[in-house]
Every structure is written in C-alpha cells, then in structure tokens.
Design a binder for this molecule. Structure first.
Ligand code: NAP
Length: 310
C-alpha cells in the first residue's frame, strides 16, 4: 500500500525537506506519495509547520496524525478543527544546536568574556576566571532541550538546577518542581536559562516578583518563547542593575519591532530566533519513524497534550 503524505509548510521549506524526507521514507521501506497538494480526503499524514496556510483540518478525514516540524506548538494547540494526534518535533540535530547555543552564552556570562573581548587600554590587572563548580545555573523547563542542556552543563562542572512541572531525576542536576521549586531555582540562579514552552501556565513566569527573587546581578538567557517574560519587568530589572544582562532569542512579536527598547538596551543581546533550527536530515528521520509507528500500530512519539498546551 502507498501512503499519501502532505507537506504543509511554507514553499521554501519544501526545497529543504523534499530530499531528506524522500531519503528517509526510502530507507524505511515506505512507499509514499509525498506532495504539496493532495485532495484532503486522501491524506494519510500531514507534515506540518504552524505558519502553513493549512489551518482548517476538518476536510482531512482520513489523516492519522499531524507531524509538526517545529518543537514549539503554541500556534496549533488551540486549533479546534484538529482532532487527530499531534506530534511535536524532537530532533537530535535541533537539540544539539540548542545545547551548543545555550552553553556558549552560559560560558560568555560565566567567564565574563564580554569584559575580556571589549578590553581596551593597557590595564594588566589579572582577573582569575571562576570555575564552573562555583557557578549556579538554573534551567526552567527540563524537557527534550532543557534536560540535555542541564546534562551538558553538569558535565562541564556547573552547579545546575532544573525546574519542570512533574518531578524529575537527572544525575548531577538538582531537580525541582512545583511553585516552591520555582522559588528555590530562581533564588539560586546566577544564570537562568528559559526552556519552557509558551502555554497559559508559563506566560509571564519571569515577572517582577520572579526577577526580585533572583540573586542581584544575575543573567537571563531566553531561547524558549517571548511570552515567558514580562518585558516591562525585565527592562526595569535591567535598568536597576538587579539583572546584569539578558540574551533574548525569542519575542512576543517577531521580528522584534525596530522601536522595541530591547534593541538599544546596553544590557541586552538580541538574536533573531536562531538558537536552534530543526535540521532537515535528522528531523525527516524522526517524522518517518512516527509514520512507521502509526502504520504498525505503535503509539506516536512526542505527542502533544493539548490540554496542557505542550
Ligand atoms: P518539552 O520537551 O515539551 O519540555 C518542556 C519542559 O517544560 C518540560 O520539562 C515541562 O515539564 C516543562 N513545563 C511545561 N509547562 C510547565 C509548567 N507550567 N511549569 C513547570 N514546567 C513546565 O519541550 P522542548 O523540546 O524541551 O522545547 C522547549 C521549548 O523551547 C519549546 O516549547 C520552544 O518554545 C522552544 N524552542 C526554541 C527554539 C529556538 O530556536 N529559540 C528552538 C526549539 C524550541 P514536564 O517535564 O514535567 O512535562
């Protein structure tokens, strides 16, 4: 039997994904029509990006699953026309990219690299770099990305703590959950990394009270989602020096509007949502593995709980 797989993403993504998806299907021995346009009632699987023009899933009566190309699903979880399983992207290539990006920025803050790189003049005052074991890093969100980041930071020697909704155990990582757990992680984090999804429960989690609970002069790194941060509260904390510096990759409005105060703020680094990109070859293997599981009656991997929003 041949499957009909609809590729529902922006046309420029087709040029990136067509060959890796066809290669992965062939390697798995799956015969399929993979196309940009298939009559909805004939589609078996939908490979999907939330910024696709496909927003009404009602006519896709035969489809068995929507397989998301993105890790973030906040733009699709509220779609009331979607009644079939939705899998988010957990891509080893994307995870590696995120771990490297976060580790780089943690190192930058930990070692004070900006001070060294921007060093001018002839001052020869030695500044002994601290050791990772003396640095407390907190990670909000201990999912696919947060847990792997925490493992890497622990391997480098950092005193790392993670916070999640459910209780976790991760060798070498101090694991917290629940409201008190959040307070405990905030209070100890000299460097705080946000790797939570954007859901009603996480919006503005970094608000005035959360920032006040952090150590003076702490650093914030946000590759999660823009709405995790109350922007006015963060700007206030940066202005007062309570927060020394923030590296922000994601924003409520993207691209970040030219007039937004983050652009010109001396204590903010803005990056244009580049922390981690889905990698076509590894992501295609993940998509095809899920199709294979669907066809053999095994449960889909990385299913989204739409009541929780992630
Ligand atoms: P994930 O595997 O779903 O992990 C989410 C983590 O957040 C889990 O540990 C979860 O706790 C925790 N969490 C969710 N809601 C919570 C709450 N209310 N209170 C406490 N903890 C909560 O997601 P992921 O793959 O690691 O990705 C995380 C986010 O990164 C994505 O949602 C996306 O927004 C962002 N992202 C950004 C980029 C970029 O380029 N900037 C790239 C990829 C992803 P449990 O473990 O208890 O469920």
């Amino acid at each position: 039997m041949s499957l009909n797989i609809l590729f529902a993403a922006r046309p420029e993504r087709w040029t990136v994904y067509e060959k890796p998806l066809r290669d992965a299907l062939r390697a798995a021995g799956i015969t399929a029509k993979l196309k940009l346009d298939i009559p909805p009632s004939e589609v078996d699987y939908i490979v999907y990006a939330p910024n696709s023009t496909l927003q009404d899933f009602t006519p896709y009566t035969r489809a068995k699953a929507v397989l998301n190309l993105w890790a973030g699903v906040e733009k699709i979880t509220g779609n009331t026309t979607l009644h079939i399983p939705l899998a988010r992207m957990v891509d080893p290539g994307l995870t590696k990219g995120m771990v490297e990006w976060v580790t780089g920025h943690v190192m930058r803050y930990h070692l004070g690299l900006d001070i060294d790189i921007l060093h001018t003049g002839t001052d020869w005052t030695p500044r002994t770099p601290p050791l990772a074991q003396e640095r407390k890093v907190g990670i909000l969100g201990m999912g696919a990305l947060g847990a792997e980041t925490a493992r890497t930071l622990v391997n480098l020697g950092f005193d790392a703590a993670g916070w999640s909704r459910s209780a976790k155990s991760e060798p070498g990582v101090k694991c917290f959950h629940g409201d008190q757990g959040l307070q405990d992680v905030l209070a100890r984090s000299e460097i705080l990394v946000l790797l939570l999804p954007d859901t009603p429960a996480t919006e503005n989690i970094i608000n005035k009270a959360a920032l006040a609970a952090m150590p003076d002069g702490a650093f914030i790194i946000n590759p999660g989602r823009g709405p995790l941060i109350d922007d006015d509260a963060l700007i206030g904390a940066l202005d007062s020096g309570k927060i020394a510096h923030a590296t922000l990759d994601v924003f409520r409005i993207e691209p970040l509007p030219a007039e937004h105060p983050y652009w010109a703020h001396p204590h903010v680094t803005v990056t244009p949502h580049i922390a981690a990109e889905t990698r076509a070859v590894t992501a295609s293997q993940v998509i095809v593995e899920n199709i294979q599981r669907g066809e053999t009656g095994q449960g889909f991997l990385h299913l989204v709980d739409r009541t929780l929003g992630y």
